[in-house]
Design a protein around this ligand. Structure first.
Ligand SMILES: Cc1cc2nc3c(=O)[nH]c(=O)nc-3n(C[C@H](O)[C@H](O)[C@H](O)COP(=O)(O)O)c2cc1C
Length: 187
């Protein structure tokens, strides 16, 4: 029998707390709230100034981040289900939304803030095998191939990425209120 390692350990997030981080336009961390620091396992000093990929989990397919950047680079929001990795290798699942700050004169993006909550179990159960499939496709065909697969998957279901995730996380009442409140608090 192999001994369990931190890599096998899922961090159980509090449903009452949220993880917030702010980056520059390129994704370099400028701020993290206490819960982000606590869950990531890094010190605040270790996080500030680092690329946000510091918490990237190798199980995450590239196409999710490509889609995310395509969206937030246009100062648009996206709701995504993300598996992250803490410093010791353990993992946690979140749903995340973004809020850009745009310079009113130049229209340039000044910063991105991400707000995250524990992902509902159902969302993880549905997304995990999809991400595994996308990752597998990426190994051979790269991100172009996984993007094509994802597009086909959504077309077959006659849905869009946003509708699919919205439905999955039950983004009707509580989550919407939560993200709205967070965005107000931090803007
Ligand atoms: C505000 C903000 C928050 C982000 N949060 C995460 C995150 O929690 N986990 C993650 O893996 N990537 C996050 N990213 C995306 C990373 O910047 C990066 O694109 C991703 O980890 C993929 O790494 P790579 O671009 O080196 O392949 C975030 C980006 C921004 C702008």
């Amino acid at each position: 029998m192999t001994k369990p390692t931190p890599k096998d350990n899922e961090i159980q997030l509090s449903t009452k707390r949220y993880i917030v981080s702010k980056t520059d336009p390129k994704g370099i961390i400028e701020y993290g709230n206490d819960y982000f620091v606590e869950i990531s396992g890094y010190t605040e000093a270790e996080l500030i100034g680092k690329p946000h990929s510091i918490v990237r989990h190798p199980d995450m397919p590239k196409v999710v981040f490509k889609m995310m950047w395509d969206r937030i680079n246009r100062a648009k929001n996206i709701m995504a289900v993300v598996k992250n990795m803490a410093k010791d290798g353990s993992y946690y699942w979140v749903i995340t939304e973004f809020e850009p700050r745009v310079d009113p004169i130049s229209n340039d993006i000044i910063s991105h803030t991400a707000f995250r909550k524990a992902a509902p179990k159902k969302a993880v159960e549905v997304m995990e095998p999809i991400y595994q499939k996308l990752l597998e496709i990426e190994k051979d065909g790269g991100v172009e191939a996984s993007e094509k697969y994802l597009r086909g998957f959504l077309e077959e279901k006659r849905t869009t990425y946003d509708e699919f995730v919205d439905e999955l996380v039950g983004n009707t009442g509580l989550f919407k209120i939560f993200f709205k409140t967070m965005k107000k608090m931090f803007s």
